[in-house]
Design a protein around this ligand. Sequence first.
Ligand code: PLP
Length: 402
Amino acid sequence: MDQQQPPGFSTRSVHAGEARPNPYHAVTTPIVQTSTYTFEGTDDVRAFKEATQAGGRPQRGEYGRYGNPTAWAVEEKMAALEGAEDAVLCASGMNAVTTALLTLLSPGDHLLVTQDLYRKTRQFANTFLRRLGVETSYVPVGDEEALARNLRPNTRLVFTEIPTNPYLRVVDLARTAELAHAHGARLFVDSTFATPYNLRPLEHGADLVVHSATKYLGGHNDLLAGILVGPQATIGPLREALGMLGGVVDAGCAYLLLRGLKTLALRMAQHNENGLRVARFLAAHPAVATVFYPGLPSHPDHAQAVRQLRGCGGVVSFEVRGGMAGVQAFIDALRIPLMGPSLGGVESLVEQPALMSHYELDAAERRAIGVSDGLVRYAVGIEDADDLIADLAQALERIDRG
Ligand code: PLP
């Protein structure tokens, strides 16, 4: 192997961040189950404090809220996968989002976000941030003119998601970064639906990336975590803020995430293939009115997706005919996907946004934001695509098409 070549994605996925040799010469990074750490003497304390003041990821433990060796292995692996200097692991995706927004914004600042942003992120902006004197405005995804028009002298941050939920919109990241930077704002990207396997936003001009690691990164529907990835100068203050806000991940959770990351490429390749096959099948079925999947030429952002993404992932949204009754008959007849929120795990999950994520809105409010009664969000897992398609076919037969 040419030693000059940087290691490939899967090699980094498996090896980056794993200390060698590990304690006891174990292959795997241990779960360091401790709340605090000890020093050999006052010189040891002094040396640690001096090194810590210089910034950067801590070289040893002090107290559990300031970091844990198992979590540091995840941070280093994710930094290697995103092509970043640093990363900080948080207790959930929302904890990562809120830690970043609370740290990067001050009273009087303006936050500009794209409309499809994750609902809890929008709620946080509309409640907590507003109360703290930060104003948020919303622009439609893909409307660059509206984005340019809404940038103000006090806009500190532009926050977008790629692809978005549930319509899988794909913004032009380089153009968004260019517009933000021209106005002195930074670009913050929620890349949960893409993962570094499909897209590395920092390569397109983003300044900071967040993931709900609960989804594809963990990959097994068994943990909650979030991660912020970016340059050391940005991550350093976020790590410090996390030490105050307290949203730390325990070592057992960090271990599960570390293990999940080692198979990220294998899983994503299967999610990408399954997502595309399921989307193509649905698009050709008479009981399906519309399919939203950027891998299909019918999607409004197909060209952006082809240009920026390696694959379009496992989430396929679609509208079935027959309204509420149709969708209910269909979903209840599915045999493979489990019914529930979330995405990115090995098990397929299915949900009807009108009944789950948007239950508290009435039909008119849901329609106003484009969530129809017939909308289904299918988070395709890594099962065999032939089985998933056969299952969809039998369930679609239950829809009464009059
Ligand atoms: N960002 C996106 C795009 C999400 O889909 C989610 C959760 O569904 C979050 C952030 C929040 O992540 P978590 O559930 O890990 O707090």
